[in-house]
Design a protein around this ligand. Sequence first.
Ligand code: FEO
Length: 391
Amino acid sequence: MKLSERIHYVGVNDDEKSLFEGLWPLPSGVSYNSYLAVDEKIALIDTVEHGFEDEFIAAIAESIGDRNIDYLVVNHMEPDHSSLITYIMERYPDLQIVANAKTLPMLKGYYAVPEEKVLIVGENDEVSLGSCSLRFHMIPMVHWPETMVTWLEEEKTLFSGDAFGTFGCVDEEVVDNDGTFEEYRDEMIRYYSNIVGKYGNPVQTALKKLSGLDIRRVCSTHGPVWENNISKVVSLYEKLSRYEVERGVCIVYGSMYGNTAAAADALAMELEARGIPYAIHDLAGNNSGELGVSGALRDVFKYDTVAVGSPTYNNGIYPPVETFMKALSSRLIRNRRFYAFGSYTWSGASVRQLNELAASMNFEVLGEGMSFPQAYTREKCDMAAVAELLR
Ligand code: FEO
């Protein structure tokens, strides 16, 4: 579909895949966005994931008929955007790939692209399409080291790669309306926290670099095209990349026989009674909510306090909770308060170990936590006092 006379959307929706990167649940699917810049010359900006060859080539044909594609701009090499490079090269054998020096070895390694097919560009370099030009800005680590964005000044349009992307398919309009930001906000935070959350500083660097552009349209690789909510989307990225949060508690727990779960539920009730915002995530096996660690990470990026519950298991932390703690640690999250709780049968170790992990992440550990023997009871676990501590 046409976003303007010169910019056409040729992306696809994937509502079949259940896990993005084999890890992150997709209850509403995901889109792989690709765009055509159509002028005297034509540039295709990124491709889509394999499996969508027919739909992709049909969208391109509908857009440009039998005209040739002159350039394929590779903003980002993750295979959700690059895996049809070979397919496109076979159909448009004369096209030149436009990429930067860090992309080149990846093009060779993934798709055996010959070096002579690649036009290497650097910061601020331009490629003319005739009446308009593409300009390139490097934004390393948003999301991989080779990542760049493409700016089309004449359309005030930023092809932003993964930046400003979100989980969730796009509707037929593709372009956002006034309500789109709120509709996608949670999934955008989940996408950011799951995929880009480790790279707060590079995101900050990228935002500073792009702040001088008069952006009127953001064409990300995932989710809606942003025209009407750009300031909200950029503000959200500012906030997330600074690890800024709201007052509230993200309760995350795993439980084998329901005792740590009962403590988590009791804490949630006490928070509710005090009007303290909270979210609660059960990570254990069959009890796991549909979003699991993915949803828990999202809410750690929303709230300033993390309360983690784990029974003692093999003299350590219950494995699903340990996985969550590792995911927290790898995201270099700052400025969080932390509270640990959990049951044990003959020797408590999980709460102490959780606190040690939290301290190693420079979280503010609130007291010793609550390690209680065997069954949960209100007498053993004063969750009202815990809620006051977390207030
Ligand atoms: Fe959507 Fe980092 O790829």
